[in-house]
Design a protein around this ligand. Structure first.
Ligand code: ADP
Ligand code: MG
Ligand code: MG
Length: 536
């Protein structure tokens, strides 16, 4: 490895390790100084007063609403119940029964001093469903009632409290303009169609991200405006642990930038081919396949068809969980409709995509079949690795050839692959109307507990080495060429302004909480003191 690469890597590793408070700039408090409340009046007038958005969905909003409720003796039990219900969802299957009963005892029984009157009527039904199936949605009705109650008078009182003022102050910080100066830049991570992807760190908080830059001239030359905007808009509407999150979208003089969840563990193609014998052992295949399956189901629930499933697009984080990335080809379908278009990567496109038919979510289930095949075999289904058959030859094989299963395929994985690689989309697994449920219940996934997987409670089978950098050496990533003779004008600025929307609220608020900034800055009362009755 060359010295330049070593320096770039060690700077990145150090930043990752330092992450958090050590990575913060010493001036961080100044960068996150609350505006005076008088500067928030416009925001207060215009912000949508929607309980669900303000007190449930937005992480800082939720915290402040909880703090408000805790400060009021008449609301404390309600919020303790809500906390307990949230905690219930983080319990393993074995713990759920006992924990569930403790909730019933504390809050749902008449004789308890913490009883919550509005949910008492659910005591018997909750006991029953807990005994029948602790892994089901035991407290569904309680949650609904709690929600109905809190969004009434408590929500009105909250909006008149200092806690809501504080929320507005956080929102003002969230809306600060974002520029190149917001970040510190580390090494180049990879190269895409329109530009480079760099590791970066938010100066104020120390949070690491990957910044995907789209060179303006390249986008224009190749008419990529709609595609870039599509990718950004789809990403900002998603919130899944199995899809990369968008945290910021901003522009510089030369580029449009999407700041994404940092995925330090490399892509699946690296793990399949660059470490020992090509292919992955079965526990890993199953785990990655299950997480991708959850990611696809999440996308499909939002009517988004992904269309570009392949090992290069599945990235690992530092714990070894995967996320689907690169949503440049994804498309939002209107209710029940289909699309047409030969879109995807050669060799991975489904038969119905290649042959100009109309298609829906079936295309992604074919993609999952290709992915599981490739992770198992150490080669893609219809070609030898490194072989680049002519597109028409590739299409012939996909349409007519039966993929070959060697002895690496044991019974269940072979059964799953061949059901997903069914050429007729009507007969393919995943396309029978259960929205992917039938894929999750395939025998191949028998050992996977999808409830726990979706809650992030399953330990990954492989953890990337925190001292290793899982991408090509900097000098091996081809330099991005500049295009000449492209002039940017007003029509371009119009598109840039649609793209350049700054922080994405949920990601930004999670960053503040995760990096400890919320805890350190959200102080009430006399400077430096915390109200003693607030439970942190
Ligand atoms: P394109 O749409 O132009 O293909 P990608 O989104 O696939 O661009 O990004 C190009 C490369 O950058 C990827 O192959 C990967 O190496 C790297 N990369 C992309 N996103 C991330 C991320 N979130 N974390 C780490 N590396 C990333
Ligand atoms: Mg890509
Ligand atoms: Mg792309």
């Amino acid at each position: 490895m060359e010295i330049e690469s070593m320096v770039a890597n060690s700077a990145l590793v150090k930043a990752r390790e330092g992450g958090g408070s050590k990575g913060r700039r010493c001036k961080w408090r100044e960068m996150l100084r609350f505006p005076h409340i008088s500067q928030c009046v416009d925001l207060a007038m215009n912000i949508e007063r929607d309980y669900h958005s303000l007190c449930v969905q937005q992480p800082i909003g939720k915290k402040l609403f909880q703090l408000f409720c805790r400060s009021r003796p008449d609301l404390q039990n309600y919020i303790s119940l809500q906390d307990a219900l949230d905690t219930f969802e983080t319990k393993s299957d074995e713990e759920r029964r006992d924990f569930g009963f403790s909730i019933i005892q504390r809050f749902l029984m008449n004789q308890s001093n913490q009883r919550v009157s509005i949910v008492l009527r659910h005591e018997q039904s909750c006991i029953q469903s807990l005994e029948l199936n602790p892994c089901g949605d035991v407290f569904h009705d309680c949650r609904e009632d709690l929600h109905r109650y809190l969004c009434g008078e408590p929500f009105v009182l909250y909006q008149e409290s200092m806690f809501f003022d504080r929320f507005l102050q956080w929102k003002m910080l969230e809306r600060q303009p974002i520029s190149k100066q917001t970040f510190r830049q580390y090494r180049l991570l990879g190269k895409g169609g329109f530009g480079e992807v760099w590791a970066c760190q938010v100066r104020a908080t120390g949070m690491m991200y990957a910044c995907k830059k789209l060179e303006k001239t390249h986008v224009k030359r190749r008419r990529g405006e709609a595609m870039a905007l599509n990718e950004k808009q789809i990403l900002e509407g998603l919130d899944s642990r199995f899809v990369v999150n968008l945290a910021y979208a901003y522009e510089t003089k030369h580029a449009l930038c999407m700041v994404l969840t940092m995925m330090s563990g490399g892509d699946l193609s690296f793990h399949i081919y660059n470490i020992g014998v090509p292919g992955l052992e079965r526990g890993r295949v199953r785990f990655y396949a299950a997480e991708v399956c959850c990611g696809l189901i999440h996308l499909h629930q939002k009517s988004i068809l992904y269309r570009d499933l392949k090992p290069e697009n599945i990235l690992l984080d530092d714990h070894g969980h995967i996320r689907i990335s690169d949503l440049g080809l994804a498309v939002r379908l209107s209710e029940g409709s289909l699309v047409r278009g030969r879109v995807g990567t050669h060799g991975y496109m489904a038969p119905e995509v290649i042959s100009h038919d109309y298609y829906g979510m079936s295309a992604d289930w074919w993609g999952l079949g290709c992915l599981i095949y490739e992770m198992t075999a150490g080669k893609p289904p219809f070609r030898v690795r490194g072989e680049h058959p002519h597109p028409t030859e590739m299409e012939r094989r996909i349409h007519t050839e039966q993929e070959v299963y060697n002895d690496k395929f044991y019974k269940e994985v072979k059964a799953l692959c061949s059901s997903l690689l069914t050429k007729d989309p009507q007969l393919r697994l995943g396309c029978q109307g259960a929205k992917g449920g039938e894929v999750q219940s395939h025998p191949f996934f028998q050992q996977i507990n999808f409830r726990m997987l979706e809650a992030g409670l399953v330990e990954p089978p492989f953890k990337p080495d925190p001292r290793q950098v899982y991408c090509s050496d900097v000098q091996d990533i081809e330099e991005f060429s500049t295009v000449k003779g492209v002039v940017l004008d007003d029509t371009d600025s119009n598109f840039y302004s649609k793209f350049n929307t700054g922080s994405v609220p949920n990601s930004w608020q999670n960053e503040m909480i995760e990096m400890g900034c919320f805890r350190e800055l959200n102080i009430f009362g006399p400077v430096g003191s915390r109200s003693p009755d607030l439970d942190w």
